[in-house]
Ligand binder design. Sequence first.
Ligand SMILES: [Zn+2]
Length: 155
Amino acid sequence: MVLVQIVVKRFSPAKAAVGSARKTASNRTQPTSASKLLKCGECGALMVLKRGKYGYFYSCERYPHCRGIHSANKRTGAPLGIPANRQTIEARKRAHKIFDLLWRGQNSPMKSRPEAYAWLRKVMKLSKTDGHIGRFSIEQCQQLIDKVTSWYKKV
Ligand SMILES: [Zn+2]
């Protein structure tokens, strides 16, 4: 527990000298700085920043009684998106997989990630802040999957 708190202190909003060249990149993954108040998507208890084999992540403070987890920026530990329950996390993963087909990979119909996200914001009617699958509800995930599917039908 003590260790985790030290890690949080050392890594929270220490925006390690973000040069102007990296400004666009950092805007995209806007870290929600209120990491200390991050609530578990399963039970509502607070989440704590931990470091695992693959970098930082958030775990419910009630672990092992609650298995709630949430992803973090691998380097800075900033939370990514809004914590959710397991069902929503699974829905987000499915939506992401399908959405990424639009821009990732050799034969993708869209040229870049920004182009795909601009499209996502348009069809989902979302702001730049909310236009991330990590913030989606189950309903929004399904909606996105439907939009991508019908987009493919039109092409
Ligand atoms: Zn929990």
